[in-house]
Design a protein around this ligand. Structure first.
Ligand code: RIB
Ligand code: CA
Length: 322
């Protein structure tokens, strides 16, 4: 797999997480905060699981305060897709408040004034080649950052994303995954930008499931983080069961684990493009395995994962949080 981050790597990979928290987003952010292999430079907020980005930013601040990391900046970004109006249905899976409708304390932490796209550009300009953009929501903020700074693909280290579905059906419709479907035009700009992309699509994220006994084991760790994860997943796992799944997928954490433990994954290089027009296929991520588009592969597509080791790592890291 590309860009192996070997366990003995001395320095953590510096990351900005672009997120729509979100139950599985919050789980992924907590994993990042508990993992010495990454250094979280900031959280940037994008619509997706809700279009109330102030609420999503509040959720991000809640998670940072829960982990006792209030120093990490939160920058608020796009509340709408680039072209078409927001049509997401995140509340049916993440709850109206984005955190499984549990009571949420008002955090003392507030977002910074700087908009997300500017925050991303300024951080990458200040630390050329050092910052990895980790996207676990629609790609609108990244597209806006590319418009601000066309050199971004050369200023960022790489892009690691949760989104898309190349070899498996979509979750919004037969071909499209939610993060890409929420803004296909943004996704197309990102896939054409010229940077190396690691893609944790549904191809791999649906292979990591968490059931109630596992979530109870997080609750029984006895720390606030484990209890919080158990509490916010009550609504989320119920939503999965109502859709015929016995347990839940934790999509966003796969993007982070692919940085923390790349050796847990199987992947293949492929050229990926995004459908933005098709009545039935808008938001589809298409894998060009035979070079028919005439462009070299820009994407390391994650295809399989050691799910047992993933869950063991996840619990081990959450146990280290307050
Ligand atoms: O399709 C899964 C993605 O959509 C995840 O990022 C989840 O948080 C939702 O945003
Ligand atoms: Ca998300």
């Amino acid at each position: 797999m590309a860009e192996q981050t070997s366990p003995e790597r001395a320095t953590p990979e510096r990351i900005i997480i672009d997120t729509d928290p979100g139950v599985d987003d919050s789980m992924a952010i907590l994993l990042a905060l508990a993992s010495p292999e990454v250094q979280v430079e900031g959280l940037t907020i994008v619509f997706g699981n809700s279009d109330n980005v102030r609420m999503l930013a509040r959720n991000a601040c809640v998670v940072l305060e829960l982990a006792q990391r209030p120093e990490i900046p939160v920058a608020v970004g796009a509340a709408n897709p680039l072209v078409r109006p927001y049509h997401g249905r995140g509340a049916s899976v993440h709850g109206a408040n984005g955190l499984g409708d549990i009571p949420v304390p008002e955090p003392s932490k507030q977002p910074v004034e700087q908009p997300a796209a500017q925050f991303i550009v300024e951080q990458c300009r200040a630390h050329p080649g050092q910052i990895t953009l980790v996207t676990i929501g629609p790609l609108t903020n990244i597209a806006l950052a590319l418009r601000l700074e066309p050199e971004l693909p050369r200023l960022a280290r790489r892009l690691v994303m949760m989104g898309g579905a190349v070899t498996v059906p979509g979750n919004v419709n037969p071909v499209a995954e939610a993060n890409v479907h929420n803004d296909p035009e943004a996704a197309r700009l990102v896939f054409h930008a010229g940077w190396p992309i690691t893609m944790a699509g549904l191809d791999v994220t649906t292979r990591v499931r968490m059931d109630d006994p596992y979530l109870e084991s997080l609750r029984d760790l006895g720390n606030r983080a484990g209890r919080f994860i158990y509490d916010i997943t009550r609504f989320y796992i119920r939503a999965y069961r109502e859709r015929g799944h016995p347990n839940m997928a934790v999509h966003d954490s796969s993007a982070l684990v692919s940085i923390i433990r790349p050796e847990l994954f199987q992947s293949k290089p492929v050229t990926v493009d995004v459908e933005t027009v098709g009545e039935l296929t808008r938001g589809q991520t298409i894998g060009d395995w035979r070079g028919q588009y005439g462009r070299p592969p820009q994407t390391e597509l994650l295809l399989d994962v050691d799910a047992k080791a993933f869950r063991a790592l996840y619990r081990e890291r959450i146990a280290t949080l307050p």
